[in-house]
Every structure is written in structure tokens, then in C-alpha cells.
Design a protein around this ligand. Structure first.
Ligand SMILES: *Cc1c(COP(=O)(O)O)cnc(C)c1O
Length: 393
């Protein structure tokens, strides 16, 4: 008999494990409480109550002024599509110019590219070497045809936090809507939307220990937006389709727990993240930190191992029971170099060997010790085989 291999999941920016408390909260809505939240009889009423309660919980985590500003969707991707296309549709008569960053998640980037083909003007503002958007470029890009700025709160690949308060102020001054994709930051960074100039904000259940296939879009009161999903009068007429009651309940529960634990969790994650980085750099040479050294998500560590291919490292880590990723789950499977690291002007050779470790609430110091134990021999073995390593030395 062989001992079972340790399993260490360090890919929490791709998805998280749904919490037991969340599963327990959802369970009744798959069973006894099956009514349609739009039905006014006794079968539907408890479903409606649960959806309303979840809306309160999401609003509370985000610091929204009112729960009516929260619209449930099928996830982060739909929220991003809804925000951007919905504003473009609603503000046609005002203009057709959108400003975004070069490092957005594909849900935003590809929506903007699609709209560019449909006749919108899109400006992709660059970032500095740490992945922080260039605010002066953003300011200069605004014209009287600009209707929307969409810049993410925190980047999924490198964890860099974007200056959303400053962007909000700029947008407010110019009378332009500001959407932010907060899928990676919700539950990890504090938010207080009633005191921020943010018109629209996207979140997703499965990135904060809730279920997959559910998310929300915050729409500040008074923001003009055209529904994208047409049908019945669900979600205050903004998003048609029978509510995913169990999913919405799960998202609400996940938000409630995330809010309560945010400070303690953030401290713990930061410690583990920095402990991992120290462990790696104390044992391995030629390592590059990608992303902002301080102003970064507490759980995200993206490092470049010079002379190597990230995929090789990931596959070898997988054989040791460790789950990590190159860049984002959404771009792995393609051989394109990361658009995020490219926009940061990282050397092509350094981009190749980049690996993202994203820590989660279940991880322990022992997990990190295990990774710091198995990684150095993998890197050594791969470098010994790498023709680039010979040249580099
Ligand atoms: C995961 C992710 C999304 C997509 O969310 P889904 O719920 O998976 O559709 C959007 N933006 C960012 C930053 C993400 O990390």
C-alpha cells in the first residue's frame, strides 16, 4: 500500500470549492421549496422570500445603497456582457465610445471587441509594468462621445488592484458611466459602493466559495441600461428568466460569510501568499514576481521561472498533486502568450515560464510547505533539459 498523495489546490482564481454552509443553505431549494419565485401562492412565496434575502446579503457585502440595485445573473460573464452591451444600447443617442484596459478578463475584452465590430469605438488603455492602468492615458481618451469606462477592480492573472476610486472620480467629473468587473475582488477586498462613483459592478458566485452558474450585476440607481435577456418581468424587468433560486440562495450565503470573514481571511491569505513566495525565492534562482509587489489581491502569486514553459511546470506539479495554472483558466488551452503579461511589457521569454498560484480559505501552511518541497526539483529538472537555460548561463 502506498500513502495517498497530498492534494493541494492553488487555483482559487479559476474557481473555488463551494462551502459546506452554502451547500446546506441551497439544499432545501432543490427539494421541498421548489416553487417559482414569481408565483404568488404558498409554493412560490418562500422562494421569493429567499431570493429577497439573498439580494440583501449581496447588497450588504458590496455596500450598495439598496438591495434593488442588485440583479441576479448566470455569472460573471453574463454580468459583464449585460453591463457593457446594456449601456451601449441605452446610450446610443449620446455616443458610441467605450474605454477599457488592455488586461481585462475575456468576458469584458471580447465583449468590447465584438462591439467594435458592430460600430463602437473602443480605446484599450495600457498598463504599467505592475499591471496598473495608466490614468493619464485614460483621462486623455475621454471625448464627448464616451459613454462607458470599464476597468476591472482586481486582475485575475496577477492580482494587481486597479485604482477604481480615482477612475470613478474621473468618470463622475466627465459624466461617463463606470463599470468594474469585481469578480476577483468581491469577498477579498472591502467595497462600499454607496460611497464610490461606480455605476455598475459584476460579481460571480463560484469565485467566492458559492455555486457555479450564478452571479450578480450591481446597477446604481438611475443608471440607464437596456435588458439583454428578454422575456418575462423577472428581476424588476432587467433580466428575464425564472430565477435560479438555489443558486441565488447559495450566492447570498457565500456573500454573507465572505463579509463576516473578510478581514481575518485576507490576513491569513496574505501570510500564506508571502510565505509561498519566500519559500520559492529562497530555493529557486531567476524568479520574477509578476504584478504589483504590494497592491495586490491577498491570495494571488504570479511568478515567472526564467528559461521555462509554464505548461511544463503545471503538468509536473499536477503529478505531485498540486493544482496551479498559467495565467487564467480561460486562456489556458490556447498557446497565445498571456495578454496581461504582454501588456505589462514582460519579456516574451519571461511570460512563457509564468505560473499563477491562487490560494484559498482551505489552504494551510503545510500545503505551502509541500509545494515549496516539490517545486525546486521540478524546476531544476526542467531547466536542466531547457536549451534556453544553457544559453542563459
Ligand atoms: C472568472 C471571472 C469572470 C467570469 O465569471 P464566470 O462566473 O465564470 O462567468 C469574469 N471576470 C473575472 C475577473 C473572472 O475572474
Amino acid at each position: 500500500m502506498t500513502a495517498e498523495m497530498r492534494k493541494v489546490y492553488l487555483d482559487n482564481n479559476a474557481t473555488t470549492r463551494t462551502r459546506e454552509e452554502v451547500i446546506a443553505a441551497m439544499a432545501p431549494y432543490f427539494g421541498g421549496i421548489y416553487g417559482n419565485a414569481s408565483s404568488i401562492h404558498q409554493f412560490g412565496r418562500p422562494a421569493r422570500t429567499a431570493v429577497d434575502e439573498a439580494r440583501n446579503r449581496v447588497a450588504s457585502l458590496l455596500g450598495a445603497a439598496s438591495p434593488e440595485e442588485i440583479i441576479f445573473t448566470s455569472g460573471g460573464t453574463e454580468s459583464d456582457n449585460f453591463a457593457i452591451k446594456g449601456v451601449v444600447n441605452a446610450l446610443r443617442s449620446k455616443g458610441n465610445h467605450i474605454i477599457t484596459s488592455a488586461i481585462e478578463h475575456p468576458a469584458v475584452l471580447n465583449t468590447c471587441k465584438f462591439l467594435a465590430k458592430e460600430g463602437c469605438l473602443v480605446t484599450f488603455v495600457g498598463v504599467d509594468e505592475y499591471g496598473v492602468i495608466k490614468l493619464d492615458e485614460l483621462k486623455k481618451a475621454i471625448t464627448d462621445k464616451t459613454i462607458l469606462i470599464t476597468v476591472m477592480h482586481a486582475n485575475n492573472e496577477i492580482g494587481t488592484i486597479e485604482p477604481v476610486e480615482e477612475i470613478g472620480k474621473i468618470a463622475e467629473e466627465k459624466g461617463v458611466y463606470f463599470h468594474t468587473d469585481a469578480v476577483q475582488s468581491a469577498g477579498k477586498l472591502p467595497l462600499d459602493l454607496k460611497n464610490m462613483n461606480i455605476s455598475l459592478l459584476s460579481i460571480s458566485g463560484h469565485k467566492l466559495y458559492g455555486p457555479k452558474g450564478v452571479g450578480a450585476l450591481y446597477i446604481k440607481k438611475g443608471t440607464k441600461i437596456t435588458p439583454q435577456m428578454l422575456g418575462g418581468h423577472h428581476e424588476m424587468g432587467k433580466r428575464a428568466g425564472t430565477e435560479n433560486v438555489p443558486g441565488i440562495v447559495g450566492l447570498g450565503k457565500a456573500c454573507e460569510l465572505a463579509g463576516k470573514e473578510l478581514n481575518a481571511e485576507s490576513k491569513k491569505l496574505t501570510e500564506l501568499r508571502d510565505y509561498l513566495y519566500k519559500g520559492i525565492t529562497s530555493k529557486i534562482e531567476d524568479v520574477r514576481l509578476n504584478g504589483h509587489p504590494q497592491n495586490r489581491l491577498p491570495n494571488t502569486l504570479n511568478v515567472g521561472f526564467k528559461y521555462l514553459e509554464g505548461e511544463g511546470i503545471i503538468l509536473n506539479l499536477d503529478m505531485e498533486g498540486v493544482g496551479a495554472s498559467t495565467g487564467s483558466a480561460c486562456t489556458s488551452g490556447s498557446l497565445e502568450p498571456s495578454h496581461v503579461l504582454s501588456a505589462m511589457s514582460v519579456d516574451a521569454a519571461d511570460i512563457q515560464g509564468s505560473v499563477r498560484f491562487s490560494i484559498g480559505r482551505d489552504n494551510t501552511k503545510e500545503d505551502i510547505n509541500y509545494v515549496v518541497g516539490v517545486l525546486p526539483p521540478i524546476i531544476k529538472r526542467l531547466r536542466d533539459m531547457s536549451p534556453l537555460y544553457e544559453k542563459g548561463k
